[in-house]
Design a protein around this ligand. Sequence first.
Ligand SMILES: [Zn+2]
Length: 87
Amino acid sequence: MKTITCAQMGGMCDAEIKAETKDEMMAAGMAHLEEAHPEMAATVAAMAPTDPAMVKWTEDFDKTWESTPEDVAGEESAPEATSEAAM
Ligand SMILES: [Zn+2]
């Protein structure tokens, strides 16, 4: 299970979207768009998969998915260290 926010998928809010697989995440993201941002959902739905903007989005989404750690059950922070240092 991974969690990606609407904003990370190019949306305009911080709603968290959870899914087990990349395909599920795409579907869940689209469902969220239709519910919360119908005008954006219509724009995306009208785009061909070969549209350069869509190809770019898919590449970015792939990277976001790959770089997002799996949710750890019962823990707030992932064990993997990041480059973010404590203030
Ligand atoms: Zn949203």
